[in-house]
Ligand binder design. Structure first.
Ligand code: GLN
Length: 205
């Protein structure tokens, strides 16, 4: 089954996600307007700068259409800035965003760009060797709600990956490495959702 994955293409790591999805045989749609959301099986909100992406989401009138799709069951994965935009609660984001996922996030939790780092990370649901996770001015997930599953922590400490129903958030950048397993995990969520009958059952959030 070939999946069609939308990548929000307003700012950030769009090409890098597309490259990995292509390796995994997914079709790609760059999402810049509401009509681009039609017929996609999943949506990636890439890393970049959350304030800039939020401003463009507002300018392109995409907040409500994307929220509606996610609430209706569309699988979504936010990486880094994308995770910030998905979070219900964010410290220091100065404008509205999607605010759907039951996570509390702090932006730039490790300091400025020079404090970027890579770490071997065990992620729940990914077997074999740990992932080489790349953190660039990364957020951390301070807390998650009852229905949100923690998928990874940095050295038993801060949460850096979480999943709630059809929503996945990582504070690192799997699209910047060669490892395709995190993208495969998201595609598996999309396959499950596409083949389940309850894809468009609306959940109030
Ligand atoms: N620090 C950025 C922000 O707050 C996120 C960085 C990233 O996506 N690499 O949006």
């Amino acid at each position: 089954m070939s999946l069609k994955i939308g990548i929000l293409a307003l700012q950030g790591d769009v090409a890098e996600h597309a490259e990995i999805l292509t390796i995994l045989d997914a079709q790609i749609t760059n999402v810049r307007r509401e009509s681009d959301l039609t017929d996609i099986d999943g949506l990636i909100i890439p890393g970049g700068e959350s304030t800039a992406i939020a401003r463009l989401l507002i300018a392109y009138k995409l907040i409500d259409p994307i929220r509606e799709k996610i609430i209706a069951g569309l699988p979504v994965w936010g990486t880094c800035a994308g995770a910030i935009l998905l979070a219900k609660e964010v410290t220091n984001l100065d404008r509205p965003s999607l605010q759907l996922m039951d996570i509390r996030v702090t932006r730039n939790a490790f300091g400025s760009q020079i404090y970027s780092f890579e770490k071997q990370l065990h992620v729940e649901g990914i077997n074999g060797d740990p992932l080489n996770a790349i953190f660039i001015r990364a957020p951390i997930i301070e807390d998650v709600g009852q229905d949100t599953q923690v998928l990874a922590r940095l050295e038993q400490g801060p949460i850096v990956a979480a999943k709630q129903e059809n929503m996945l958030a990582t504070s690192f950048h799997p699209e910047l490495g060669k490892d395709v397993r995190m993208h495969q995990l998201f595609l598996d969520m999309c396959v499950q959702s596409a083949s389940s009958g309850d894809k468009y059952v609306s959940i109030e959030r």
